[in-house]
Design a protein around this ligand. Structure first.
Ligand SMILES: O=C(O)C(=O)C[C@]1(C(=O)O)C=C[C@@H](O)C=C1
Length: 287
């Protein structure tokens, strides 16, 4: 059976690279935005959506977290980590004069990953957001009459016939992005090899009321069970200033007694706890 995998398009985004390398020969379908891609899973147009969640330099992709929590409650069924290399691309006609570009376009997360380069080499040049890195590359291809640069990957340069005029322009070299695989059914397991990075569980926790030590109590439910947290992040509930939920990543699968026990303890304290997924974690190597 072939699966249909949705990703943030057009072709040659980093998300597309993660899908191609992880899902191999499955059918992949581009969507213009992350929410579109998630809605398509909910509507059962596709089997899985792959969306970016966090970058090593720029941090969380808030739209992914917020849409998952507030709008489209899909299950996280897998994680893929991909090495990220950002390059500066221009139309071949402008390769010699790339320092004279009049604007730089890319996905906001990619722009943020390259601030040092932009400050050093293209200070003062207007920077414009695109829906993805490859959407920016496509724009450059479609407007040879304008001197536009895109920040994107090598595959985008090939796909849109652009010249890479500066390689590896991301500010910190150890650049990686975490992508999550979303599905309608939390019970589905990925039909792939054993994950080399083991299992992880993501919980969304809201506190009953703000009081001294509330977060400490939450953390202690994990601490005395020796459950290792790999990430904790607060995001606004969007119900008013000062109201937050916490996203907590715990090493290990949601099985046995420890993690379900921690969830029960938090609920006994009056917290609301939602299991967003318990899933295998894969890492792709630099090609
Ligand atoms: O625009 C792309 O190429 C994407 O796949 C999106 C995205 C992101 O949202 O973080 C993915 C990886 C990189 O960190 C930069 C951009």
């Amino acid at each position: 059976m072939t699966y249909r995998i949705g990703y943030l398009g057009p072709a040659a985004t980093f998300t597309n690279a993660a899908v191609k390398r992880f899902f191999g020969g499955e059918e992949s379908i581009p969507y213009a935005t992350i929410p579109d891609c998630m809605d398509a899973v909910a509507a059962r147009e596709i089997d899985y959506a792959v969306v970016p969640l966090e970058n090593a330099i720029e941090g969380s992709v808030n739209i992914t977290i917020d849409y998952l929590v507030h709008e489209q409650p899909l299950a996280i069924v897998g994680e893929i980590i991909l090495p990220i290399q950002q390059h500066l691309l221009v139309h071949p006609e402008h390769a010699e004069v790339w320092r004279q570009v009049t604007r730089v376009c890319s996905h906001p997360h990619a722009i943020a990953q390259c601030h040092r380069f932009l400050n050093q080499y293209l200070r003062g040049v207007p920077v414009e957001d695109a829906t993805s890195t490859s959407a920016a590359a496509r724009l450059v291809k479609e407007h040879p009459e304008e001197r536009i640069a895109a920040i994107a990957n090598e595959t985008a340069a090939e796909a849109y016939g652009l010249t890479i005029v500066h390689r590896d322009i991301h500010t910190h070299q150890n650049n990686h992005t975490r992508f999550i695989i979303l599905h309608n059914d939390a019970g589905v397991s990925l039909p792939y090899e054993e994950p080399e990075r083991g299992m992880k569980t993501t919980l969304m926790v809201t506190l009953p009321a703000d009081h001294p030590g509330a977060l400490y109590q939450v953390l202690s439910a994990f601490a005395w069970r020796k459950l290792n947290l790999s990430k904790i992040e607060s995001r606004p509930m969007k119900t008013g200033l000062g109201n937050y939920f916490f996203l907590i990543d715990v090493e290990g699968a949601y099985d046995g007694v420890m993690l379900p026990g921690a969830k029960q303890e938090l609920e006994a304290l009056g917290c609301s706890v939602t299991l967003l997924g318990s899933y295998p974690c894969y890492s792709l190597k630099r090609e």
